[in-house]
Design a protein around this ligand. Structure first.
Ligand SMILES: *[C@@H]1O[C@H](CO)[C@@H](O)[C@H](O)[C@H]1NC(C)=O
Ligand SMILES: *[C@@H]1O[C@H](CO)[C@@H](O)[C@H](O)[C@H]1NC(C)=O
Ligand SMILES: *[C@@H]1O[C@H](CO)[C@@H](O)[C@H](O)[C@H]1NC(C)=O
Ligand SMILES: *[C@@H]1O[C@H](CO)[C@@H](O)[C@H](O)[C@H]1NC(C)=O
Ligand SMILES: *[C@@H]1O[C@H](CO)[C@@H](O)[C@H](O)[C@H]1NC(C)=O
Length: 482
């Protein structure tokens, strides 16, 4: 490889629309910044979501991003074990078609263009093998925060270099020192996947092990939000260079998808500044236990605050499907709730989240602390009350409340299990107390969030931290073909 002036990156996101959208946002960030780059996104069609193909996504006609569908006819015959092992096998089965596609891509290059590397997301580490065959480096795009990445490395290190059985931390009451978190973290907040003895824990940490083989890790976060974690990652010689390039927000097309958009905005327009508490638990957020829904309703009513509540119906048979809408809200809410609160609250289904958080009427956000929601809340300067459900959300909650002081607690150690239930109930009283603390004007939390809002915006502008990291990442990539 020598003397090339143009570079092509091959992006391989995990199957599914969400992963594809995140990847496209990241790809656009790079393309918009540097004319020398072009990107091909290899779209592995998920067998469970046939509509999520390259053709269902039509970006603005940017000729330097293209999409190629990757299909493997054999992939349907696999057995459905645990979700993570299923995904593993599914990705593994697509190595051949990926190899064929990349061979074709390289074959079609003009004389000035070179293959600069693969960019995978966290579940696609198997594709590192294919990149190696082409003798190009792999980079990773990690869609959660730097602290969560540090968590994975820490436990993978304990397992592989210190021979510890990390699943023994399950049910532990210990507080653990994890380099990417400022304060010792209660073991009970660790992601449930870490303890999954049916292969989940092993696979999860195996991915982390392979992250170490990459030439760099791009993170959807910003330095000022996670300065401690970024420092701990950059100081560790066994961890590839990290590039925080966020916040990358996923706002596009949410408005046209929601027929209720106008109605929701009109309702917010009628409310006073910072008076509304917004409740939303993410695209998979719902409560199977109707009793839990009632507790939330009672808490809202007793708090006296105005509210906008995204309440979603659990999917019946397929637990891995996203929740739907209630035909009749009365069936889950306390009797007369809607009439009594008609003036001060609104219950909705799916929510155009960034638009809502950006509205001046919204003063607080009761959230499951998914990483995207966290970034959106900071971007919009809305304090959070944490009620995590699954994945690494308990750890995010801890970071937000304890490390950063940008959120208050409702229930930090709440966990929703894979089947949709939980090992605990949150009482109306706990929820109400959380909401009251959340909606205190000019609180310390509020001041911290205002500062973070400013920092999130500064990170993206010229000479901001994320702007600079994008530049450094591109230089690293161009070096591969020079
Ligand atoms: C954030 O949203 C994107 C796009 O929907 C998704 O691919 C990604 O997994 C989300 N990240 C987290 C940590 O949930
Ligand atoms: C796929 O899209 C078609 C046409 O838009 C729609 O009718 C169908 O229900 C979709 N299938 C799934 C599984 O979403
Ligand atoms: C933790 O508690 C659960 C439920 O009681 C139990 O099934 C599991 O084996 C325990 N784990 C450990 C490591 O003791
Ligand atoms: C939660 O509340 C419901 C209804 O009151 C009850 O049936 C269930 O046992 C409770 N669960 C826990 C873990 O306390
Ligand atoms: C960014 O930094 C460069 C080099 O220090 C400087 O020339 C430029 O004016 C800065 N741009 C802004 C918008 O501050």
């Amino acid at each position: 490889m020598s003397g090339k002036t143009k570079a092509e990156l091959v992006f391989i996101p995990s199957p599914g629309r969400g992963h594809l959208l995140a990847t496209v946002e990241m790809a656009k960030l790079l393309i918009d910044r540097d004319e020398r780059l072009s990107i091909t996104v290899l779209v592995i069609k998920p067998s469970f979501d046939p509509n999520s193909s390259a053709h269902s996504y039509s970006p603005e006609s940017n000729s330097r991003i293209r999409f190629i569908d990757i299909t493997n006819v054999n992939s349907l015959s696999m057995s459905m074990s645990s979700p993570l092992t299923f995904l593993e096998q599914f990705i593994e089965n697509h190595k051949d078609p990926v190899r064929n596609s990349v061979t074709q891509i390289v074959h079609d290059f003009g004389p000035n263009c070179g293959l600069a590397g693969f960019v995978i997301d966290m579940f696609c580490t198997a594709m590192i093998d294919v990149a190696n065959e082409f003798d190009v480096p792999t980079y990773m795009f990690f869609t959660s925060g730097a602290s969560a990445l540090g968590l994975m490395f820490h436990f993978q290190g304990l397992r592989d270099y210190q021979n510890q059985d990390v699943t023994l931390y399950e049910n532990s009451s210990e507080e653990l020192c994890i380099p990417s978190y400022k304060l010792p973290v209660p073991a009970k907040l660790l992601p449930a996947l870490m303890f999954d003895k049916d292969g989940g824990s092993t696979k999860f940490l195996d991915h982390a092990k392979r992250f170490r083989e990459t030439k760099g890790i791009v993170l959807n976060t910003f330095l000022e939000l996670e300065s401690h974690a970024m420092k701990s990652l950059s100081e560790d010689d066994n961890i590839p260079p990290v590039y925080s390039v966020g916040p990358i927000l996923h706002s596009h097309d949410e408005n046209d998808r929601n027929p209720k958009y106008e109605e929701i905005m009109k309702w917010l327009d009628e409310q006073p500044d910072s008076s509304v508490v917004f409740l939303c638990f993410g695209s998979r957020g719902c409560f199977d236990d109707k009793n839990q829904v009632k507790e939330i309703a009672v808490a809202l009513e007793n708090s006296g605050h105005r509210f906008l509540w995204s309440l979603r119906k659990p999917a019946n048979e397929h637990k891995f499907r996203t929740p739907g809408e209630y035909d009749n809200l009365e069936e889950v809410l306390p009797e007369g709730f809607l009439e009594r609160n008609a003036g001060i609250g609104k219950v909705i289904g799916w929510a155009p989240q960034i638009a809502i958080l950006s509205h001046r009427a919204v003063g607080g956000f009761v959230s499951h602390c998914g990483w995207n929601s966290t970034l959106e809340s900071m971007w919009c300067g809305v304090p959070m009350a944490v009620w995590p459900l699954s994945a690494e959300q308990q750890m995010n909650a801890f970071q937000l409340v304890k490390d950063l002081g940008v959120a208050v607690e409702i229930k930090m150690d709440y966990k929703r299990n894979l089947m949709g239930g939980s090992n605990m109930n949150v009482t109306a009283e706990e929820i109400e107390n959380g909401i009251r603390r959340l909606m205190q004007p000019q609180s310390e939390t509020w001041v911290n969030v205002e500062a973070m809002k400013l920092k999130s915006r500064m990170a993206l502008v010229e000479n901001g931290s994320s702007f600079d990291f994008v530049g450094r990442f591109i230089e690293n990539v161009m070096h591969n073909v020079a």
